[in-house]
Design a protein around this ligand. Structure first.
Ligand SMILES: NC(=O)c1ccc[n+]([C@@H]2O[C@H](COP(=O)([O-])OP(=O)(O)OC[C@H]3O[C@@H](n4cnc5c(N)ncnc54)[C@H](OP(=O)(O)O)[C@@H]3O)[C@@H](O)[C@H]2O)c1
Length: 348
């Protein structure tokens, strides 16, 4: 079988580097070009030292991109929509990791991103990138827009509960704790080591843009409000989303088990983590580092009807590059787990 030729735009960034780590070991992929403006002409391993002796490509400029089968776009917010016509003329299929094409609705985009979308007519052509929700649409898609990392962790945790209608629609409170790589590789005062090190910093108590994705995917035709806050903690990779869900009926833990099993029992990358005892009773971001897993656990406070759901992902994997490769596999009819089998490290 001939290989699929892919190019990665914005390959010097954190998400782009992670994508290269996966694609270099994908048996059906040949990486054609990788772009960086700042590192133009340099070998990839100068920026991604983990790929030394594995990747002998050099970065090229975005203006030198040639035709290929699939373009992965790992550009900062706003860049993909600016150049989308050129990208679609170069590749039959596009997987965009930015927030540019995640929302279906141009009004919602304007509200959350603070400016009008430059190509609103294209929003409906992108399939929202969570494979567990849109596998069938994805298999026929030309364009996929990977979901936000915090949105992925939260939506996967809440989706079965909202779909089954057992959660009160407007009272779920989700708090995510996130690692520093979420912010990308650009240096800023907030990411400067003496400032960032050791912090537990509330950086978005309200108004996080990923809320738009959560409400889009959890509404099922009726309005829904998720109360969402994000906190940076001392971690490089990882998201732990803790959701407090107030149930609208009397249920027991075994009922919640049943629901999660129904939705995720056959999912290759979702694991229900809930043990009675031992160290590993609930999901932990550290244990999914480098993997494409989303671990989900829960505990019901039967006195109050509050269901606490924890979900853990690696933001650069299930929250970005891993999810994108999973979508790529589905779009091409490959086994969904291809190039994503890494089980993580323990201890780490
Ligand atoms: N980090 C995460 O956890 C995560 C998770 C999910 C989704 N995402 C999304 O994925 C995208 C990439 O994120 P990241 O964390 O990898 O960011 P990053 O580390 O800052 O990398 C950005 C990449 O885009 C390139 N770039 C920047 N401005 C450009 C421009 N004007 N024209 C062309 N290339 C440009 C950079 O290349 P140079 O070398 O030229 O600077 C770099 O390769 C973002 O949209 C982000 O929201 C990130």
């Amino acid at each position: 079988m001939s290989k699929i030729s892919v190019s990665v735009v914005g390959a010097s960034g954190f998400a782009g580097g992670e994508l290269l780590r996966l694609l270099l070991f994908h048996p059906h992929v040949e990486i054609k070009q990788v772009t960086s403006e700042r590192h133009y002409g340099k070998f990839v391993h100068k920026v991604h030292p983990n790929l030394r002796k594995i990747c002998n490509l050099k970065f090229t400029g975005i203006g030198e991109l040639e035709e290929c089968d699939v373009l992965f776009l790992c550009l900062p917010h706003g860049e993909a929509q600016k150049q989308i016509d050129r990208f679609t003329s170069l590749a039959q299929r596009i997987i965009d990791l930015s927030g540019d094409f995640r929302l279906n609705d141009a009004q919602s985009y304007k509200r959350w991103y603070g400016h009008p979308h430059t190509r609103p007519e294209l929003l409906s052509e992108f399939v929202y990138g969570i494979p567990e929700l849109y596998r069938s649409k994805m298999s026929r898609a030309r364009f996929v827009s990977s979901a936000g990392c915090n949105a992925t962790a939260t939506i996967l945790a809440l989706y079965p509960l909202y779909k089954e209608g057992i959660a009160q629609r407007n009272s779920t409170v989700t708090e995510v704790k996130v690692g520093s790589s979420e912010g990308g590789n650009k240096v800023s005062e907030a990411s400067h080591h003496p400032i960032r090190h050791g912090c537990v910093r509330s950086f978005k108590p309200t108004g996080h843009r990923h809320l738009a994705e959560m409400e889009q995917e959890l509404s099922f035709g009726e309005s829904v409000t998720i109360h969402f806050s994000a906190t940076s903690i001392e971690m490089v990779r990882g998201v732990l989303a803790t959701s407090h869900v107030f149930l609208n009926r009397d249920l027991q833990e075994k009922d919640i088990w049943k629901i999660y099993r129904k939705y995720y029992g056959n999912e290759p990358f979702i694991r229900i983590v809930k043990e009675r005892d031992g160290n590993y009773r609930y999901p932990e971001p550290k244990l999914v580092t480098g993997t494409n897993y989303c671990d989900i656990g829960f505990e019901l406070d039967a006195q109050t009807g509050r269901l606490v759901v924890m979900s853990a992902i690696d933001n650069l994997m299930k929250g970005a590059a891993g999810q994108a490769v999973q979508a790529f596999n589905i779009m091409h009819g490959f086994a969904e787990t291809t190039a994503l089998e890494f089980p993580g490290l323990h201890p780490i």
